[in-house]
Design a protein. Structure first.
Length: 642
């Protein structure tokens, strides 16, 4: 992989070389063996001794018999979310090779012990860049046993060392007490995280929604994405065991998603040719689901061990279990789905064009320069936020939008570790919009995300060909913080920030004039159109023109009553020049003119919707032709009025 930025300017190779030259084991001054590295409020349950792996066992290894999701067990820290993410990571060689670089070189070498320096390094994707985090191998123990995350084999240390590096990145071990599995997975991969509220969506009540969700998660898993899940719990219910064996407030890693095709003998028993199943692992390594498809269930026992192996649904580990996908939708309330977005130029799978934008919600004495206006509830300030414009160039395209705020775990020790409630809104705007929005009444809000105090807010939307503006914001105005916006589309969207409020004054403006008015034209649609051959439908489109510039709508197929839903905006230097709206019929040989209207665009004209009769080309009083057009035009002398 490409090089990573050394965290706290600690270069692994240089530090290791220096330790070997000095014949000393590395001691990390940036994460010392002190209480401050362990906790900020709640100390561990006993006397802590920091020990190197060689002091815990006589035969330490980074990996024992390779890396596996079965390796991990949670310790005396509420970080099942992190352990679940590690279990998922272990299933993806391409990912853990990035997170644990040079893993063969970092492994203990019993034949060359002089090359051991007590130093390790791991890589995490933090706010858009890979960081290389160095740690020494001194691990916190009580009574000679690791306190926190550890492997089932007592001489395997990859998980404990990885956890230490993550704790260093987060300030201390206690900062890992409580978190989100999806966030950790993103830090391991740079994936895009989506949180699905299974409870609110009530998937289990709708077979069609269940089927759609299963197919989506199956694609995510098959494309090396990572999935985890949990069950909501009140503070008093956390880690409470339900009668079905599942734990509330506990993170589970999904280790397989499979549509199992059953054999002939089983088809009659289950009344179905395929069964959608999902496999999970409890990071505790114990306490499992006891319902259908659990290890001792009638469904499981009906399938012999040989046939289970043939079907690929064997379970070999305590804490790992299968369940029917319908049961999963019913019992689990939240799922974190982390998608690895394919941006490769050469791929047989669907590829995406990615644009990444960084920004900050900041406050300024000049309201026009404020960038912390809060959500749409705050009508007076909402449009002070950052605005990002993008284009959908296909007739219809799926767009993925991910808004991520900077991780706050490192600030937990000073009582400021909570995420801000964040979200975003998407507006369909004029096809030729180049400046910031100042009035959303004249725009169409096509999507609004949930506002939530999560690190990431994600939304998938299907949008028709048009120009759009994304406005990311905090829920409350005045909240300050940093964010990263990622936009993925099937074609290059040209996503960029709108920074100007209106056309700039240039040195040559005195000769070319400066705009005096701004006009927005909204074309709703047309009715009663007539083709020259007067048979069948037409393929109409509309062109809006003003002072030499024009905007063309998409073609509406086979209709004489098209719905255009098209906007154009013009900064007008010559107010006496009218605005022309012309309807054309798309034709393979030559496009046919179907009629037009001419608008004065005066500030005195009505801003209400109107329906106008089409006329022949020429003046505003030219002869009428069949058809009418529904539109609205708003003209203002204030250039920042819309």
């Amino acid at each position: 992989m490409s090089s990573a930025t050394p965290y706290k300017k600690q270069h692994y190779s240089e530090l290791k070389r220096k330790c070997l030259e000095d014949k000393k084991l590395f001691e990390d001054p940036e994460f010392p063996v002190t209480n401050a590295s362990l906790f900020y409020r709640k100390p561990p349950p006993g006397r802590v001794a920091w020990k190197r792996p060689g002091e815990i066992t006589s035969d330490p290894h980074l990996f024992v018999d390779g890396i596996s999701s079965d390796d991990l067990n949670q310790g005396d820290l509420g970080n099942c979310w992190f352990v679940a993410a590690c279990s998922c990571l272990a299933l993806k060689p391409d990912l853990w090779h990035k997170v644990i670089p040079q893993w063969k070189e970092q492994e203990w070498d019993s034949k060359n012990q002089d090359n051991y320096a007590g130093i390790f390094h791991f890589r995490f994707w933090v706010f858009g860049e890979w960081l290389d985090v160095v740690v020494d191998d001194r691990l916190p123990t009580i009574n000679g046993e690791l306190i926190y995350c550890h492997s089932k084999a007592n001489n395997e240390f990859w998980s404990a060392l990885l956890e230490k590096a993550y704790a260093k990145l987060s300030g201390c071990y206690e900062s890992l007490d409580g978190g989100n599995t999806g966030d950790a997975v993103v830090d391991f991969s740079g994936a895009v995280s989506e949180t699905i509220d299974l409870e609110a969506e009530a998937f289990y009540k709708d077979p069609q929604k269940i089927s759609g969700l299963f197919e989506d998660l199956l694609r995510v898993y098959d494309r090396d994405g990572i999935i985890s899940c949990s069950i909501k719990a009140s503070p008093t219910e956390r880690e409470a065991r339900m009668p079905c064996g599942l734990m509330k407030g506990h993170a589970y890693s999904v280790t397989a998603v499979k549509n199992v095709r059953l054999g002939h003998g089983l088809v009659a028993y289950f009344k179905n040719e395929t069964i959608p199943l999902i496999r999970m692992r409890n990071p505790w390594g114990k306490v499992e689901w006891n319902g259908p498809w659990s290890d001792s269930s009638a469904e499981w026992n009906k399938v012999g061990s040989k046939e289970r192996s043939n079907l690929g649904i064997t379970v070999k580990d305590d804490g790992e279990f299968w369940m029917a996908f319908t049961d999963w939708c019913q019992y689990f309330t939240d799922a974190d789905v982390c998608r690895l977005i394919n941006t490769s130029l050469l791929s047989t799978e669907k590829t995406w064009h990615e644009v990444v934008q960084f920004g900050s919600w900041t406050k300024d004495t000049d309201p026009m320069s404020n960038r912390c206006g809060g959500c749409m509830n705050n009508k007076a300030t909402f449009l002070q936020n950052h605005q990002y414009m993008f284009d959908v160039t296909n007739e219809m395209d799926e767009v993925l939008i991910s808004l991520q705020q900077r991780d706050m775990k490192i600030h937990k020790s000073i009582g400021q570790g909570e995420n801000l409630p964040i979200g975003f809104a998407v507006f369909k705007v004029e096809l030729n919009r180049k400046y910031r929005l100042h009035d959303i009444i004249t725009q169409t809000n096509v999507q609004t995300s949930t506002y939530i105090n999560a690190r990431t807010v994600f939304k998938r939307v299907k949008l028709p060909k048009a120009r759009y503006v994304i406005i990311p914001s905090t829920f409350q105005p005045g909240s300050l913080g940093d964010f990263m916006l990622r936009v993925y589309a099937g074609e290059d969207s040209g996503c960029r920030e709108l920074t100007g409020d209106k056309p700039s004054v240039r040195c040559w403006t005195v000769f070319t004039r400066y705009p005096q008015l701004v006009s927005q034209v909204y074309i709703h649609g047309a009715e009663g159109l007539e083709k020259q051959d007067s048979t069948g439908g037409a393929d109409p489109y509309v062109i809006v023109s003003c002072e030499g510039s024009s905007v063309r709508s998409t073609v509406q197929k086979d209709t004489l009553e098209p719905l255009f839903d098209t906007r154009a905006i013009f900064y007008r230097k010559k107010p006496s020049k009218p605005i022309t709206v012309a309807v054309w019929n798309s034709n393979a040989v030559k496009d046919q003119f179907m009629g037009q209207v001419i608008l004065s665009g005066s500030v005195k004209d009505s801003a209400n919707p109107q329906r106008l009769t089409l006329r022949k080309s020429g003046s505003a009083k030219a002869d009428e032709v069949p058809g009418t057009i529904a539109l609205r035009i708003v003209t203002l002398a204030e250039l920042t009025g819309m």
